[in-house]
Each structure stands twice: as C-alpha cells, then as structure tokens.
Design a binder for this molecule. Structure first.
Ligand code: NAI
Length: 396
C-alpha cells in the first residue's frame, strides 16, 4: 500500500515501514561514526522501540557491541493497516542486529504486568544468564498495577493552582493561550502510580530475585527537569511528582541491589520531540524555541546523540559517574546552559503566531514529529507501494 501520514492532534495514525527503517539505520550510522564505547555486554531495555529507549538499545548494540533484549508495547500491522512506529523500528533493529552478528530478541507486551516480567526474565536466564545493564524507558498514559489490579491513568496538570500560559499547535503554527485546571490528589497519586518508580523497582526486584543481574549491574531510568517556564505544568506538576518518585526510587533500588553491588541511576535528559512529549501542553512551544537557539549554537542533539553522550561521557568513561547534588546524571547540561535558557525566556515573551516562524524552529519540530512515524526521510520513496505487513524477527 502507499502510506501517507494521517494526523489526529498530537498523534499520527499511520507509520511508514521504510521510513522507520531509515530512522533506525541513521541512528546506527551515527553511533558507528562516533567509535566504540567500552560499555555493557548484555542489556535489557524496557521501552526499547521509540525515543530514548530505542536510542539506548542502538547505542548498547552498535557502540558497545552488546547483546540486547528489548521490551515494548506496540501495535502489529494488519492487512491494509500499518503497525505503530515502534513495531517497524524494532523490525528494522532486529534486521540490522542480525546483519551485524549481534544477539537481539524482542518481547511485545505490557511491561507493567507480571507475565511480561516473567517472560523476559526466563529469556534472560535461558539465553544470556544475566544482564549487566537495565534501561528503564517507559512512557505510558496508563498502568494496571499487577498487585492491586487497579488501572491508573496519568494526567498532565499543574498542582495547587490553575496554570495559564502560551502553547502552540505545531501543525498550524498558531500560538494560543492554554489554561489547565489544577490536579486533584487522586490525579497526583494516579500519575505517580503510572510514571513514578514503583514498576521500575518491581522489575529490579524480580530480576534480582531470579539471579538475572550480573555483579556490578547497573540500571538507568530517565527523568526531566526543564526551566522555570514549564515548571508549573512539568516539574512542579503531576508528572514532576512522578519524576520525584522515580528519582527517589533509584536510591531504594541501589539499597536493594547490595547483593550484586548493583547501582541505580536516573539520567536527566534533554527535552525532545517524542510521542510522549508532544502530548504535554506548552512543551512543544518551548521545544521549538529551544531547538532554534541550540541549533544556532551548534549544540542541538536528538535522542541518539543524547544517549551516545550518556554512555560515552557519563556511564562508561572508566571513571566515577558524575552526578549532581541529588545523585542524578545530567545530560541536559547543554539545554540548561544559562545563555540558552536566557534566549528561550526572551523569545518566549515575544512568541506569537506571527513571530514564531522567525524565532522558533517550528519546521524542525514538525520534521522531527513526522520522523517519529517514519515520514519525511530523505532517501525514502513515499510514492512507492510498500508492504505494511512487516514481521519482527526474533519476537518472543
Ligand atoms: P516514547 O513514547 O518515545 O517511548 C516509550 C516506550 O515505552 C516505547 O518503547 C513504548 O513501546 C514503551 N511502552 C509504553 N507503554 C508500555 C507498556 N505498558 N509496556 C511495555 N512498553 C511500553 O517516550 P520517550 O520520550 O522516549 O520517554 C522515555 C522516558 O524518557 C520517559 O520516562 C520520559 O519521561 C523520559 N524523558 C523524556 C523526555 C522527552 O523530552 N521526550 C525528556 C527527558 C526524559
């Protein structure tokens, strides 16, 4: 079939298999061009099919030569209906890993469930014995807690008071004012239940109890801080509470992993266009201003550049892992630079529908958004009939 983007708000209903393949091969080329990382050898990536998780998997495999097991929750293709992009990304990743002679297997299912945890641990035990790195990179709006059976839904709301600020519809470039009512206590608890550290801890406990963690194993989850501009809706909002919980969980996990001298870290990453971040009001406007100034200063990065730098300059330098005063790894250092944030704050004041094309990188935002779904890649013939029914090899 000929596949075109079909947009619905901040989601695209279609994905292009050849474009997703290109997305994956571009990322692989990038890490290869940067040379080897003396990194992990057996890696489990939870949330491995898109965004930071996919980039972590690619860096583990193609920069460090690691065997990888990837867990994700993606929609398979049906006749005449495309799969979700993470499906095609994973199909492409598996192909490339095979070509490179790297062990890679994938599991598609709900990582929050006991069933998928067990399936993953059984596979590790059977094929790898143990893993030395666990990347936890889930972004989900919903989680069913396997202990209680309760389904929690996360919300993106401010806490304490109503929040009003600018936002942009990145499809049209129209800047408007958005107001978001404050969260209830229940909203906060639900968001922490979905995006906090409880499930990460469950994974690490299960892996540890099964003897599936190597001596000195490490686990990393991803967080975000951002500037004062987005604070009310992000870091001091419901999602921020979940990130506080995730960050606190790192210490708990480290305590629990004493037996193998394991360590849990949170890495604070840069704001980037992913399926998860496009859904947060205000963030797309912030990102388009941020991209503009970071590109002008030649310090712009995407997921793969971020993850490669995380591995090479933070995690696997051969020395101690640098952290901030709260024990977090900071790879958002360039985003948070004073000159960058000063510029964004200045432009924020000026931003409206008329000025945005000049002061913001809306084109870059849109192009990154299309890329998430495999559209807009040079070297892909989008007029060509393609087979939507692409299987993922080594899917367990
Ligand atoms: P994403 O939406 O690109 O990726 C999410 C991944 O989680 C996918 O592989 C998806 O299949 C998987 N997933 C979702 N629900 C699942 C489930 N129930 N079972 C199994 N897999 C499931 O998200 P992104 O942006 O890469 O986020 C990953 C982490 O990075 C999140 O913790 C996010 O808060 C954090 N982060 C994101 C930033 C951004 O600007 N995008 C900035 C800093 C941190």
């Amino acid at each position: 079939m000929i596949i075109e983007p079909r947009m619905r708000g901040f989601i695209c209903l279609t994905a292009h298999p050849k474009g997703c393949e290109k997305n994956v091969s571009n990322q692989i080329e990038y890490v290869k061009s940067k040379g080897k990382v003396n990194g992990p050898k057996k890696v489990l990536v939870i949330g491995a099919s898109t965004g930071f998780g996919l980039a972590s998997r690619i860096t583990s495999a193609f920069a460090a030569g690691a065997a990888t097991i990837g867990v994700f929750f993606e929609k398979a293709p049906e006749k005449g209906k495309t799969a979700s992009p993470g499906w095609y990304n994973s199909a492409a990743f598996q192909q490339e890993a095979k070509k490179a002679g790297l062990y890679a297997k994938s599991i598609n299912g709900d990582a929050f469930s006991d069933e998928i945890k067990k399936k993953t641990i059984d596979l590790i035990k059977k094929d790898l014995g143990q893993v030395d790195l666990v990347i936890y990179s889930l972004a989900s709006p919903v989680r069913t807690n396997p202990r209680t059976g309760i389904t929690h839904r996360s919300v993106l709301k401010p806490i304490g008071q109503k929040f009003t600020n600018k936002t942009v519809d990145f499809h049209t470039g129209v800047v408007t004012t958005v107001s978001i009512e404050p969260a209830s206590e229940e909203d906060i608890a639900n968001t922490v239940a979905v995006m906090g550290g409880e499930d990460w801890e469950m994974w690490m406990t299960a892996l540890s109890e099964a003897g599936a963690l190597a001596q000195n194993a490490m686990t990393i989850a991803y967080s975000y801080i951002g500037p004062a501009l987005t604070e009310a809706v992000y870091r001091k909002g419901t999602i921020g509470r979940a990130k506080d919980h995730l960050e606190a969980t790192a210490f708990k996990i480290t305590d629990n992993l004493k037996k193998v001298n394991g360590k849990a870290y949170v890495s604070v990453n840069k704001a980037l266009v992913t399926q998860a971040s496009s859904a947060i009001p205000v963030i797309p406007l912030y990102i388009s201003l941020l991209y503009k100034t970071m590109k002008e200063n030649k310090i712009h990065e995407g997921c793969i550049e971020q993850m490669h730098r995380l591995f090479k300059d933070r995690l696997f330098t051969g020395g101690a892992i640098p952290t901030d005063d709260k024990g977090r790894i900071r790879i958002d250092d360039w985003e948070m630079r004073d000159d960058i944030q000063k510029k964004v704050a200045e432009w924020w004041e000026q931003a409206d529908t008329e000025t945005l094309p000049k002061i913001g990188d809306l084109a870059g935002y849109k192009s990154d958004f299309l890329n998430l779904f495999g559209f807009g890649f040079a070297g892909v013939n989008y007029a060509e009939d393609v087979n939507e029914n692409v299987p993922i090899e080594e899917l367990q």
